[in-house]
Design a protein around this ligand. Structure first.
Ligand SMILES: Nc1ncnc2c1ncn2[C@@H]1O[C@H](COP(=O)(O)OP(=O)(O)OP(=O)(O)O)[C@@H](O)[C@H]1O
Length: 972
C-alpha cells in the first residue's frame, strides 16, 4: 500500500510526487527520481499520471505473478506500475462503461513502445478469453512486430526507434475479452527511406528481407544478399547492429504477417522496388535534361510494380506542367530527376505503410465494443537543427499538453464537486495561446504556410518566413532573427523562427518547410503542397477528438542517459526531459488543492488504532469516525477537508506525521495475538495449579492438627486401601500422594504449552488425571498444528500464484474445526473437519444453516436445515474454483450415481482452507481446476449451469441476464 511505503521515504523516495513536501522544487523532484532509480523503482506517480524511467535492463517486474498482483486491486494499494495503469483503465472501462485511453509520451528511447507492449501483454494474459478471442489476441500481439519492421529503425538514440506516431484502439466485448483493434498512424518519417544520418539505418524491413530472405525469394525480387549494394541502405554506413538480429527478426515478421493474414508477396515486391529505385542513376544530356543510365533497375521495377518500362522512365525524368491550359511533359535536370526519384520512393513507402496499417485494421475489425486506446507518440523534440518534422511533433505535444491540463483540471474539479468541496482556482500556464499561434484559421502558422504554397509567383521558404514576421511578428511566443534583440540574435540563424513552447524555446529552420512531405511526382505540385501541413492539422484535430471522448491515463517516459546504459542517471538530460514533459506543471495542477485523498473506510481502517474512540472498531458513521480520529490527532482545520465519501489532506507532512505515529503505535502494540494467547493459557494453568496446591496445603495442615495421633495408623490403612476409590480409609494417604506430586509439579512447572515433559501422575488421582488430560490435549493441539502446517504446504502447492486470495489465507491458522472451536473434534475425530459454507443453487439462491463436514475416510456431508447431502469421496470427480479472490467453489460429482443431485456450488469465507481439507481428505489434490472467466457445472437431470467470474468493487453473487450465475469478486 502506498502509505506503508512512506516509512522508507528517506531511502526510496515517495512513490507519488504529490507527496513531495516542496512540490514546486525541481531539485526535490529530480532527487526523488534519483533515489527511486537507484533502488530499481522505475515507476512513480504524479496523482494518476505514471512517470516511468527506462531501466535499460530487464527487471523482474513483468511476470505473471506481477500481473496477478495488480489485477482488480485499487490503484494506490500496490506500488506504482504500468500494470496498475492498464488494470485501472480496464476496470474503469468495465464498471463505468466509459472508453479509456492511455497516452504514452517521452523522447526517443525513453521506453514508450516497451510500455505500450507491456499494456498489450497485460490484457492478452489477464483478460478472459474464448477461442475466437485467441485469434484476435494473436493478431493484436503479432501486429507489433510487423509495424516495428516497417515503421521502426535504428537511430543514434534508440536501436529500435519508432519512426511514426501510433494510436491503437483495443476493443473489448461485453465480457471484457479483447475482441478487436484499430490502429491509426501519424507522421511516418518517410525521409528515412532515402536518407539516413551517419550511424543510423533505414527501416528494419529492408535489412530483414536482405539478410533473412530465402534464396528463391531474393532471386525473384532481383535482390542480392548484401545491403552494401543498395544506395538507400548505405547512407548511414551502419548495415549491422549488434543488438539487432535481422535474420531472426525476418522469421518473426514472416510468421506475424501470416497470422495477420498476409499471404501474397505484393508487400515484398514493393519493398524490393524501393531498393531498386534507390539504385536508379542518371546521366545528363548536353541540354541539361536527365536520362537513366541503369536499365537493369528499370527492368526489375517494371516487373515488380507491373508498369510499362517506357512510361516509368518518362515519369522518372519528366514532370507534368500545365501551360496555357494544356498538360505538357517538361524534362527534369539531373538533380531534379534524383529528387523526383526519391520523392517517388518516399511516396510508395508511405502509402505501403498506410495500406499495411489498414490491412491490419481489417483483420482486427470488430463492432460494438468498449475501447481502450493506446497512444504512443514522440515527445517534445529539440535538436541542434529543428525542421518541419520537429515543428509537427512539437505542435502535437503542445496539443496533448493542452488536453492534459484541460482534462486533469476538469477531473479535479469534478471530484471536488462530487465531494461537495469548494473549488479553489489553480494557477497554471495555459498553453492555448501557443496552440492558437500554430493552428488558428487565416492567422496561424499553418494557414500562412498553406497560403504561401498556393499563391502565384515565386514562393520560397524565405518568403514564408517573411510572411510569418509580418503576420505573427508581434506574438509573445514568436520570434525571428530580425525581430530579436542583440543577445538572442547571437543564438539564432537568419533562416530560423523561434516558438516559445510550454516546454521551452525551440528554433525552427524554415529550410525545406514548403517542400517537406510533398509528392513531387504525377500530381499538380501546388495542390499537393498546400495540403501537407493542413492534413496533419486535421488528423491531429481528429485525434484530439478521439482522445477527448475517452477517459485518459498518462504515462510519461524518461530516458536516464544517452548511452543506453543501466544504472546511469544523467541529471542534465533528465532535468531537460522533466521540463519538456511538463512534469512540474503536471504536479502543480495535481497539487493545487489537496495532496492526498482517500475514502473514509480505507483511511479509518488504516489509522483507527491511533485513537481510543475508533480502536478497535468504530460503530457510527464513517465520516464521524474519521472526524473523531483526525481531531484526536490534532489536525488543524486548514489541513484537511471532509467530503461526502473521502477525506482530503492538504499537505504531505500531515500524512507523514500520521504514518509515523502509526509506526510507533504498531511497536507499542508489540505482542502479537498468538503470543498473547499463549501467555494467557500458561498463566491460567499456573493459577489453577497454585490454587490446588494452596488448598491441599491447607487441608494437610488441618488434618495434621486434628489427626496427629492417628497419622501412622491411617497411613498404613490408607496404603492398604490405595487402589480403592476415594473413601475415608484411604483419604489421608491419597491426599499425601497428591500433595507430593503437585509439589514436584510446582517445582518443575513446564514453561511453555509445547512442553511435553509432564510427570506421570499417580493412577488413582482424578484431579491430577484431569491436569494430565489437559496436557495431552495440548500435545494433540501441537501435533494438529504440525498437521496444519503440512496442510499449509499443500495449500501453497495448489493455490500459490494461481488464486488471488491465496496470500490472505497464508497468515491465518487452519483450525481443526471452524464450527466448535474447542478440542472436541480432535479428540473425537468424527467429523474430522467442519467448515462453514453457503450453498447456492443455479439461480444464486442461498440455502440456510449450512456446514461442510468432512468425515474421515468416507464422505463430504453438506448439512442444511432440512436435508443432508452426502458425497462419497469416490464420487467426487473434481473441484473447480476461480482464480479471483471470491470464495465460490464447485464440487463436481459423478452423474452416474443416481443418489447425487448434481454438482454442489458452495461459498466459503475460508475457501483456501476448505478446499485444501477437501482435497486432502478426498485425495483430490490434483483435481482442483483454477479457472479464469467461468466455470460450468451440472445440475440435476442433466441440466447445465455456468458461473461467470469478474472482479469489481463489491462482492456480488446473483443470477445474470444471460441465465448464468454471476460472481463479482473484490480485491480483499
Ligand atoms: N521497462 C523496460 N525494461 C527494460 N528495458 C526497457 C524498458 N523500457 C525500455 N527499455 C529499453 O529501452 C529501449 C528503448 O525503448 P523503446 O523502444 O520503448 O523507446 P521509445 O520511447 O519507444 O523510443 P522511440 O520513440 O525511438 O520509438 C528498448 O529497446 C529496451 O531495450
Amino acid at each position: 500500500m502506498m502509505e506503508s511505503a512512506l516509512t522508507a521515504r528517506d531511502r526510496v523516495g515517495v512513490q507519488d510526487f504529490v507527496l513531495l513536501e516542496n512540490h514546486t522544487s525541481e531539485v526535490a523532484f529530480i532527487e526523488n527520481l534519483r533515489k527511486r532509480f537507484k533502488e530499481n523503482l522505475i515507476y512513480t506517480y504524479i496523482g494518476s499520471v505514471l512517470v516511468s524511467m527506462n531501466p535499460y535492463k530487464d527487471l523482474e517486474i513483468y511476470t505473471k505473478q506481477h500481473m496477478d498482483r495488480y489485477r482488480g486491486v485499487n490503484f494506490y494499494e500496490v506500488s506504482p506500475h504500468i500494470y496498475a495503469v492498464a488494470d485501472n483503465a480496464y476496470r474503469s472501462m468495465r464498471t463505468e462503461r466509459r472508453d479509456q485511453c492511455i497516452l504514452i509520451s517521452g523522447e526517443s528511447g525513453a521506453g514508450k513502445t516497451e510500455a505500450s507492449k507491456k499494456v498489450l501483454q497485460y490484457y492478452a494474459i489477464t483478460c478472459p478469453a474464448s477461442e475466437h478471442v485467441q485469434t484476435v489476441k494473436d493478431r493484436l500481439l503479432q501486429s507489433n512486430p510487423v509495424l516495428e519492421a516497417f515503421g521502426n529503425a535504428k537511430t543514434l538514440r534508440n536501436d529500435n526507434s519508432s519512426r511514426f506516431g501510433k494510436y491503437m484502439d483495443i476493443q473489448f466485448d461485453f465480457k471484457g475479452a479483447p475482441v478487436g483493434g484499430h490502429i491509426i498512424n501519424y507522421l511516418l518519417e518517410k525521409s528515412r527511406v532515402v536518407h539516413q544520418s551517419h550511424g543510423e539505418r533505414n527501416f528494419h524491413i529492408f535489412y530483414q528481407l536482405i539478410e533473412g530472405g530465402e534464396d528463391d525469394l531474393l532471386r525473384r525480387l532481383g535482390l542480392e544478399k548484401n545491403a552494401q549494394q543498395y544506395q538507400y541502405l548505405v547512407k548511414g554506413n551502419c548495415p549491422k547492429v549488434s543488438s539487432i538480429n535481422d535474420r531472426n527478426d525476418w522469421k518473426i515478421v514472416r510468421k506475424a504477417l501470416s497470422v495477420i493474414g498476409f499471404t501474397d508477396d505484393e508487400l515484398l515486391n514493393i519493398i524490393a522496388s524501393v531498393l531498386h529505385l534507390g539504385n536508379v542513376q542518371y546521366g545528363g544530356e548536353d541540354s541539361g535534361s536527365a536520362y537513366i543510365t541503369t536499365e537493369t533497375q528499370i527492368k526489375y521495377l517494371a516487373r515488380l510494380l507491373g508498369v510499362d518500362g517506357t512510361v516509368l522512365k518518362e515519369a522518372l525524368t519528366h514532370k507534368k506542367i500545365i501551360a496555357k491550359g494544356e498538360e505538357l511533359m517538361s524534362p527534369l535536370n539531373q538533380e531534379q530527376a534524383a529528387s523526383a526519384r526519391d520523392a517517388l520512393s518516399k511516396a510508395i513507402y508511405g502509402r505501403t505503410f498506410t495500406w499495411l496499417v489498414n490491412k491490419i485494421n481489417g483483420s482486427l475489425a470488430f463492432k460494438n465494443a468498449s475501447v481502450i486506446g493506446l497512444l504512443d507518440i514522440y515527445g517534445f523534440e529539440v535538436f541542434q537543427n529543428n525542421s518541419f518534422e520537429q515543428f509537427c511533433i512539437n505542435y502535437c505535444n503542445e496539443k496533448l499538453q493542452q488536453l492534459f491540463i484541460e482534462l486533469t483540471l476538469k477531473s479535479e474539479q469534478e471530484e471536488y464537486e462530487a465531494e461537495g468541496i469548494t473549488w479553489e482556482p489553480v494557477q497554471y500556464f495555459n498553453n492555448k495561446i501557443i496552440c492558437d499561434l500554430v493552428e488558428e484559421k487565416f492567422k496561424g502558422i499553418i494557414s500562412i504556410l498553406d497560403e504561401e504554397c498556393l499563391r502565384p509567383g515565386d514562393a520560397s521558404d524565405i518568403t514564408f518566413l517573411e510572411k510569418l514576421e509580418n503576420t505573427v511578428g508581434g506574438h509573445a511566443h514568436f520570434l525571428t532573427h530580425k525581430l530579436a534583440d542583440g543577445k538572442t540574435r547571437k543564438v539564432m540563424g537568419r533562416e530560423e523562427f523561434r516558438l516559445i513552447h510550454y516546454a521551452g524555446e525551440v528554433n525552427y529552420n524554415v529550410n525545406g518547410f514548403l517542400d517537406k512531405n510533398n509528392d513531387l511526382l504525377f500530381r499538380n505540385l501546388k495542390e499537393v503542397r498546400a495540403q501537407a501541413a493542413t492534413q496533419f492539422k486535421n488528423s491531429l484535430a481528429k485525434l484530439m477528438e478521439i482522445l477527448m471522448s475517452k477517459e485518459p491515463s498518462y504515462v510519461r517516459c524518461i530516458k536516464p542517459n544517452d548511452a543506453k546504459q543501466a544504472g546511469r542517471f544523467d541529471e542534465v538530460l533528465i532535468r531537460h526531459q522533466v521540463k519538456y514533459l511538463g512534469l512540474m506543471e503536471n504536479l502543480r495542477v495535481r497539487r493545487a488543492g489537496f495532496a492526498y485523498r482517500r475514502r473514509y473506510e480505507t483511511f479509518l481502517q488504516r489509522y483507527k488504532s491511533l485513537c481510543p474512540d475508533t480502536w478497535p472498531n468504530w460503530d457510527g458513521r464513517l465520516v464521524d469516525g474519521v472526524s473523531t480520529l483526525v481531531k484526536h490527532l490534532g489536525y488543524k482545520p486548514e489541513e484537511y477537508k471532509l467530503g461526502r465519501t473521502k477525506i482530503f489532506i492538504r499537505f504531505p507532512k500531515t500524512l507523514f506525521a500520521t504514518e509515523d505515529a502509526l509506526e510507533v503505535r504498531k511497536h507499542s502494540l508489540g505482542m502479537s495475538y498468538s503470543q498473547k494467547t499463549k501467555y494467557r493459557k500458561m498463566r491460567q494453568s499456573a493459577i489453577k495449579i497454585q490454587a490446588w496446591w494452596r488448598g491441599i496445603l491447607a487441608c494437610r495442615e488441618a488434618k495434621r492438627r486434628r489427626e496427629a495421633a492417628n497419622t501412622i495408623r491411617r497411613f498404613i490403612k490408607g496404603f492398604i486401601y490405595r487402589h480403592q476409590p476415594r473413601c475415608p480409609e484411604n483419604e489421608y494417604f491419597l491426599d499425601y500422594v497428591r500433595y507430593s506430586f503437585l509439589m514436584k509439579l510446582h517445582r518443575s512447572l513446564p514453561k511453555t504449552v509445547l512442553d511435553k515433559s509432564w510427570p506421570t501422575p499417580p493412577p488413582a488421582l482424578i484431579e491430577v488425571r484431569y491436569i494430565c488430560h489437559e496436557s495431552v490435549i495440548r500435545t494433540v493441539i501441537d501435533s494438529s498444528r504440525c498437521e496444519m502446517r503440512d496442510y499449509k504446504m499443500v495449500a501453497s502447492e495448489i493455490f500459490k500464484d494461481k488464486k488471488d486470495n491465496y496470500p490472505q489465507s497464508v497468515p491465518k491458522l487452519f483450525v481443526g474445526s471452524r464450527l466448535s472451536d474447542d478440542c472436541a473434534n480432535i479428540i473425537h475425530p468424527s467429523p474430522q473437519y467442519a467448515v462453514p459454507v453457503t450453498k447456492y443453487d443455479r439461480k444464486g439462491y442461498k440455502a440456510r444453516n449450512r456446514q461442510l463436514l468432512l468425515m474421515a475416510n468416507s464422505a463430504i456431508i453438506v448439512e442444511e436445515a432440512k436435508l443432508k447431502q452426502r458425497i462419497d469421496y469416490s464420487s467426487l470427480k473434481g473441484i473447480s474454483v476461480s482464480s479471483l479472490s471470491d470464495g465460490m467453489f464447485v464440487l463436481h460429482v459423478a452423474c452416474e450415481d443416481n443418489k447425487q443431485k448434481g454438482d454442489v456450488v458452495l461459498q466459503s469465507e475460508h475457501v483456501i482452507e476448505a478446499l485444501t481439507k477437501v482435497a486432502i481428505c478426498a485425495e483430490k489434490m490434483n483435481s482442483i481446476n483454477i479457472n479464469q472467466g467461468s466455470i460450468k457445472f451440472n445440475v440435476a437431470q442433466g441440466k447445465e449451469g455456468i458461473i461467470d467470474f469478474t472482479s469489481g468493487s463489491e462482492l456480488l453473487i446473483a443470477k445474470a441476464k444471460n441465465g448464468h450465475l454471476s460472481v463479482v469478486s473484490t480485491a480483499d
